[in-house]
Design a protein around this ligand. Structure first.
Ligand code: KMH
Ligand code: ZN
Length: 273
């Protein structure tokens, strides 16, 4: 089986220090959390950034500062900026990190309820616009899907030549408004992507490690981190993203799956040189 790529989603846009005091806001905190996650076994850092007071921002300047601080501590790691940003941001705001020409960036492939009155909006035209900004630069899109219909959207855009093959998906499972985090649904999602695609699984909340284990067994990859879950186990708040990555490494070892280095992840995902 292919080596396991672990992505650490260290920060997110919605989770706060009230949820877990270790959620990073400052450039230094972000770099520290990224470094810890990398040392524990993550090859990709999925990156959102914040102002010092925790307000989510997509500022290119702030992304640049955070990426430089991360790379100063772990030059090898893959940094994957979010183009999803936070609910309610404009497309223009969200697209800013693409100007930094990263190896990868997220490409959210559909609109989703996000609990309460929140809606994360990604119309077909938005998805096309974002893909057309990334693809010519050789930025590998990680196709974020919160439901099965979003896979179908990506496949349609792939057939039209807007999203290139092979596609790499992130199945975000357990958002309040998206597909549930169950093995049955993961089998359904995996069976819906074109052969030759790769995928990672982000189990939200208490499902994080159950979905991680299921994906490890199925040959998928795994995302963990504060963006999706702040607990190490029931009632135990994780001290760091590194703890969440270390637990994933432990599960993978028990199940006989080796962990990919960043360079091995680059090869598996076909990232630009
Ligand atoms: N914060 C969510 C609204 C992504 O990074 O591309 C969107 C999100 C997806 O986190
Ligand atoms: Zn994100």
């Amino acid at each position: 089986m292919e080596k396991l790529i672990i992505t650490a989603a260290i920060c997110g846009a919605e989770v706060t220090k009230e949820h877990n005091p270790a959620v990073p806001y400052t450039v230094d905190e972000i770099a520290e959390q990224a470094y810890g996650a990398y040392k524990a076994g993550a090859s990709i850092i999925h990156l959102h950034v914040r102002e010092d007071d925790g307000t989510p921002t997509q500022s290119a300047k702030r992304f640049d500062a955070c990426i430089k601080a991360i790379k100063a501590r772990c030059p090898e790691v893959i940094v994957q900026p979010s183009t999803g940003g936070a609910v309610g941001m404009t497309n223009e705001e969200r697209l800013q990190p693409v100007t930094l020409n990263p190896e990868m960036a997220t490409l959210d492939c559909g609109t989703c309820n996000f609990g309460g009155d929140d809606i994360f909006v990604n119309t077909e035209n938005t998805i096309i616009e974002f893909a057309q900004k990334m693809v010519p630069l050789g930025i590998k899109p990680e196709i974020e899907v919160f439901d099965k219909g979003m896979i179908d959207m990506a496949v349609r855009l792939n057939k039209k030549g807007i999203i290139p093959s092979p596609m790499h998906f992130n199945f975000v499972m357990g958002v309040n408004g998206g597909i549930s985090a169950t093995p049955r649904d993961l089998v359904f999602m995996q069976g819906s992507i074109p052969s030759g695609s790769t995928y990672t699984v982000s189990g939200v909340g208490r499902a994080q490690f159950q979905m991680a284990a299921t994906s490890i067994v199925m040959g998928g990859h795994v995302r963990v981190g504060f963006e999706d879950n702040v607990y190490l186990s029931k009632g135990v708040v994780a001290k760091s993203n590194a703890e969440l990555v270390a637990k994933t490494v432990e599960i993978a070892k028990l199940l006989g799956r080796e962990i990919a280095t960043p360079d091995e992840a680059r090869q598996i995902l076909g990232l630009k040189k």
